[in-house]
Design a protein around this ligand. Structure first.
Ligand code: ATP
Length: 237
């Protein structure tokens, strides 16, 4: 399926800087409709910077970021969000003074086809019991569920997650894996940054290994078995 579906996001020769310091050195990868792909790589490799570039959050960059035929590289973050790309950052961005209900309803709906609150609560039953709790009272796992749930209402078709399993207990990591599988089955296209290779390996159609600001290897799900040692070396584990 994934080999014949069309490319929805194409990153070509992306370079990015923080001030004078260069973080991306000619990154190339692409995602096809309905795929779940990962960016793997050790701390500082440039994964988060690539996501931030896609979302318009890094100003100093060159190269092309083509989403459904439109180059987003010079677009403002709110335009990019309105095109149907949603981002769940590593720091989760939950508003601590707002309740679960208020956090969930915060991002504006940009297109038809988003999930209803009931559907989101069906994915994350833990949030139901916390409905009126403020963000500060949530566990790390509950915060992550809320951060994921929050972008599902918007109608975005491309979902981007930065290390959703970081620091979470194995039982919660399993729940998040089930949710990502359900989202994929529902037709979302998903870009996932992960350092937890075992988690990523079960979910993804394809993997891109990032090192020193560029993609240095790419593997399909079927190619993983023979290349695990190589990937682990890149991940530094
Ligand atoms: N705000 C910033 N200002 C200056 N340099 C930064 C900033 N954010 C990241 N960098 C640098 O850019 C490079 C890429 O970092 P990036 O966060 O994209 O890596 P990463 O692969 O996502 O790793 P991590 O898992 O640690 O987030 C690193 O050298 C990092 O130190």
């Amino acid at each position: 399926m994934t080999e014949i579906s069309k490319v929805v996001l194409d990153i070509a020769d992306l370079h990015a800087w923080y001030g004078e310091s260069k973080a991306l050195h000619g990154m190339n990868f692409e995602i096809r409709e309905g795929e779940l792909v990962t960016l793997l790589g050790r701390n500082g490799a440039g994964k988060t910077t690539a996501l931030r570039c896609i979302m318009g959050l890094v100003r100093k960059k060159t190269g092309a970021i083509t989403y459904r035929g439109d180059n987003l590289a010079a677009r403002a973050p709110e335009i990019i969000a309105r095109r149907g790309i949603a981002y769940c950052p590593e720091e989760r961005g939950i508003f601590s003074s707002l309740s679960v209900a208020e956090n969930l309803e915060l991002p504006p709906v940009i297109a038809k086809g988003g999930m209803t609150v009931d559907e989101i609560l069906e994915l994350f039953p833990n949030l139901k019991a916390r409905w009126q709790s403020p963000g500060t009272k949530l566990s790390g796992g509950e915060q992550q569920m809320l951060a994921i749930g929050r972008i599902l209402r918007t109608g975005a078709k491309l979902l981007i997650f930065d290390e959703p399993t970081e620091g979470l207990a194995p039982v919660i990591v399993k729940q998040i894996a089930v949710v990502l599988e359900k989202l994929k089955a529902r037709g979302f296209t998903i870009l996932l940054v992960e350092q937890n290779f075992r988690f990523a390996a079960k979910l993804a159609d394809r993997h891109f290994v990032v090192d020193h600001g560029k993609v240095v290897e790419r593997f399909s799900r079927d190619e993983l078995a023979g290349n695990e040692a190589k990937i682990q070396a890149y991940l530094g584990v």
